[in-house]
Design a protein around this ligand. Sequence first.
Ligand code: APR
Ligand code: ZN
Ligand code: ZN
Length: 362
Amino acid sequence: MAQQVRGVIAPGRNEPVRVETVTVPDPGPGEAVVRVQACGVCHTDLHYKQGGINDDFPFLLGHEAAGVVESVGDGTTEVEPGDFVILNWRAVCGQCRACSRGRPWYCFDTHNASRQMTLADSGAPLSPALGIGAFAEKTLVAAGQCTKVDPEASPAVAGLLGCGVMAGIGAAINTGAVGRGDTVAVIGCGGVGDAAVAGARLAGASRIIAVDIEDRKLAMAESMGATHTVNSRTSDPVEAIRELTGGFGADVVIEAVGRPETYEQAFYARDLAGTVVLVGVPTPEMRLELPLLDVFARGGSLKSSWYGDCLPSRDFPMLIDLHQQGRLDLSKFVTERIALDDVEEAFTRMEAGDVLRSVVVF
Ligand code: APR
Ligand code: ZN
Ligand code: ZN
C-alpha cells in the first residue's frame, strides 16, 4: 500500500522550500522503503533549491540520512525490515570495470529506485535529491543505497556519513592515505575540511595545519584536532605551511574550498614528493595556470577525491564503530537538531556560515 508522509519540497528555482504531503509507493524488486530518523542539511540541498544542479523541479530534498528499513521489494537481499542503515547517493553495479577494480565511486552503471515518489495533491513526480530525498518521514531507495551499521549509534550522527563528513574523512584516510607521522595541511575548514582534519587525526598525522580566512572556523578546526592554524587573510599560507613543516611543505595537503587560488596554494604547500587532495568543487569557468616546469619538477601527486573515495560497506560501519568507542567524535559535526518545518531557516544559517550541520531529527 502506498503511504502518505510529510516531506520538504523545493517547488521551483529559488523559491522557498515547503512541507507537503508526499506519496511513497511500495518498494519494487531490489528497493526499500526507509523510515528516516535523521537527515542533515547540506550545501547540495541548497544548490538543488537554487536550480544549480538541474531543472528537474519539484525536488524532494535531503540526502545525509540514516533510518530503519521498513519494507523491501521482492527478491531484495541487501537489507531486511528492521535494519538500521545509512543511505548513500546510488547503488553501484558491482560488475563494471570501475567496480571490479575496486573503485566503485567511479561506477559506470549506478542506479536509484525506479518507482517514483509523487506529490499527493497533484500526483506530480518528485526528483529526490541525490537519489535519496530524505527530508521526509519515509523515502524509497534502491536497496543497494543502504548500508547497515551498529543500531546503537545516534541517527543524527550516522546520517552525516552519507555525504560531507565521509567526503572529508575519506579525503584524508582514503584518497590522501595519510599515514602515522605525516604532516597534513587542510585548506578551508567548513564541514568538509573539518572532517578532513578529524580524518588526519584518526590516521595519526603528526602535524595538522588548518588554513581558513575566518578565525572562528580555525577555532572549530582546532577542536577537531588541528595542531596549528593559519589565517590566510593575514599571512601567506604557503609560507606558513612550509615554516611549520621544517621548510619542506606538508606530506598531504587537502583543498576543501574549490577556488583557483586555494588550488594553487595546495599545489605549492606540499612537500616535493607530497600529495595534493582536491575535495573542493570548482565551477565550470574556473581555470588554474601553473608553470609547467613546476608541474614537472614538483613530483608527488595530485588527486581528486570523490565521496571520500569510500567503500560504504567498509567505511560506514568502521567509522561508526570508532565513534561508538569514543575514538572519533562525530557528534561535534551536529550543531543543532531541528524539525522538518525548519529547513528553510537552516539554509539561512548555513549561508551565514553559522553552523557545521543542522540535522532534521524525526
Ligand atoms: N582560503 C581559505 N579558506 C577559505 C577561502 C580561502 N580563500 N575561501 C573560503 N574559505 C573557507 C570558508 O571560510 C569556509 O570555512 O572555506 C570553508 C568552506 O566551507 P563551507 O562553505 O562550509 O563548505 P563545505 O561544506 O565544507 O564544502 C567545501 O568541498 O565537497 C566540497 O562542494 C564542496 O566545494 C565544497 C567544499
Ligand atoms: Zn559498477
Ligand atoms: Zn551533501
